[in-house]
Design a protein around this ligand. Structure first.
Ligand SMILES: Cc1cc2nc3c(=O)[nH]c(=O)nc-3n(C[C@H](O)[C@H](O)[C@H](O)COP(=O)(O)O)c2cc1C
Length: 302
């Protein structure tokens, strides 16, 4: 068997295929039907210091080759997550990445302090790129100075590996990633959703009450691929890729341009077996092509 293990920010993963935040719940719903422990990592639904109800419906709209969501970070809050979900998650032989959001610096700091002192959380992924909330979220990602300050403050509060998930919307993405690295990020995750909109023509209204949402799925893959390629050249920390990855071929494109791992998002809604198929096919691909290790194909185009 080819060696699929990767090391990112000092953490060893059994393989480089993870499930993306918000697309696999807290990781437990499917544990009786799918071998969730065989994933490289589970990234939790976005967590905040206080529970959040999220946005009013309609929250999901299918588009050609994509999805617009306006979930608005509905979640049970980090304390309840640690109490109700983490004990079961810890039993799985996969890494647990906690995705943290906040309305303010203080919110982020409080949630990170809790995550830092909790066993079983392997990595903190800071979401500074959610387009679906009024406060915080993407506003941090769009302002490099604010972002650097936030990441520095978070860095001071945790020894756990810190990844920052950045936004592709209305930013110089390289400047944004560099600000996160200057603040102390150990890796960059890219990309979060693009901004998107849908109009209900029959009723002459915006389909989503907040008017716009986050656009994801195979339609955004070329944008994500370009950004990941660009970031790999521009920052000296690992880049973890997300955006429309739904097959081995799509995952390979990201590995070839230098992604250290891939996260599968919207594809989980179409078929939750997708990440497991990609893991299996990746092993077969390496063997057929005479590679002993996944590292032999990462960045071959750089
Ligand atoms: C329904 C839904 C909920 C999401 N929730 C979160 C979230 O809570 N935190 C986060 O960082 N990203 C969230 N995302 C963004 C995804 O993790 C991912 O970055 C994005 O969808 C692009 O990848 P994809 O095209 O593979 O879906 C969400 C995406 C979707 C579709």
């Amino acid at each position: 068997m080819a060696d699929l293990t990767v090391e990112i920010s000092g953490v060893q993963f059994r393989n480089p295929v993870f499930v993306a935040s918000g697309t696999f719940g807290y990781g437990l719903k499917l544990k009786d039907t799918l071998p969730v422990g065989s994933l490289g990592a589970i990234v939790t639904k976005g967590l905040t210091i206080r529970p959040k109800e999220g946005n009013p419906p309609q929250r999901l709209i299918e588009t050609p080759c994509g999805l617009i969501n306006s979930i608005g970070l509905e979640n049970i809050g980090i304390k309840e997550f640690i109490k109700a979900k983490l004990p079961e998650l810890k039993k799985l032989s996969t890494k647990i990445i906690v995705n943290i959001s906040g309305d303010s610096e203080r919110d982020y700091f409080e949630a990170v302090e809790i995550a830092d002192s909790t066993d079983g959380i392997d990595i903190i992924e800071l979401n500074v790129s959610c387009p679906n909330v009024e406060k915080g979220g993407m506003e941090f990602g769009r302002n490099p100075k604010m972002l650097e300050k936030l990441v520095r403050g978070v860095r001071e509060r945790t020894r756990k590996p810190l990844w920052v998930k950045i936004t592709p919307n209305f930013v110089d993405i390289v400047e944004e990633a560099q600000a996160a690295v200057s603040g102390g990020a150990d890796a960059i995750t890219a990309i979060n959703t693009l901004l998107g909109m849908h109009v209900d023509v029959e009723n002459k209204k915006f389909t989503i009450p907040r008017k716009f949402g986050g656009f994801s799925g195979p339609a955004i893959r070329p944008v994500a691929l370009y950004i990941v390629w660009k970031l790999v050249q521009s920052v000296d920390v690992p880049v973890v890729a997300i955006g429309g990855i739904d097959s081995l071929n799509a995952a390979l494109q990201f590995f070839f341009v230098g992604a250290s791992a891939v996260q599968i998002g919207t594809a989980n809604f179409i078929d939750p077996r997708t990440p497991f198929k990609i893991i299996e096919e990746l092993g077969e691909y390496l063997e057929i092509n005479g590679h002993e290790k996944i590292s032999e194909i990462i960045g071959v185009l750089n």
